[in-house]
Design a protein around this ligand. Structure first.
Ligand SMILES: [Fe+2]
Ligand SMILES: [Fe+2]
Length: 139
């Protein structure tokens, strides 16, 4: 969902309130994930084995937990929300892309993918989910 105009697309992994969904457990996850990705990018340059064996499994494990947390919230509170299915599908697509890119892309292209995917997904899909959840909570 391109709710964020391309010319203002942010890829900055320093978490600021621009990325806030307003749901504290989700925002905490995003802050942790952004830090983790920033670490992967800065600490694994030229250390491919360390990256593949240590950092990426760490990111995947946390990302999996995080997607489940969001999907549970949507299941619980946003069953009729039209964007729910698309959002879940975006999470599934992430795994498919990671599986492909991990082996075929250069390290810098993969870093760029991680950075763009996470910042773009949070600004688009996750923020929209945050708005819908907050509406539910104040109904
Ligand atoms: Fe998220
Ligand atoms: Fe999400």
């Amino acid at each position: 969902m391109a709710t964020y105009p391309m010319n203002t697309l942010r890829t900055d992994l320093t978490w600021t309130p621009v990325y806030a969904t307003g749901i504290s457990e989700i925002d905490k996850d995003h802050q942790y994930l952004f830090d983790l990705i920033a670490n992967i990018i800065s600490k694994t340059q030229g250390h491919k084995a360390h990256r593949l064996n240590y950092w990426e499994p760490k990111l995947s494990a946390y990302a999996a937990e995080h997607f489940i947390r969001e999907e549970r919230l949507m299941e619980q509170y946003l069953t009729d929300w039209p964007q729910r299915a698309g959002h879940i599908q975006e999470h599934r697509r992430y795994w498919a892309r990671v599986a492909n890119l991990k082996w075929t892309y250069s390290e810098s292209d993969f870093n760029e993918f991680l950075q763009k995917w996470w910042t773009g997904h949070v600004l688009g899909w996750d923020k929209a989910m945050g708005v819908a959840l907050q509406q539910k909570f104040t109904e």
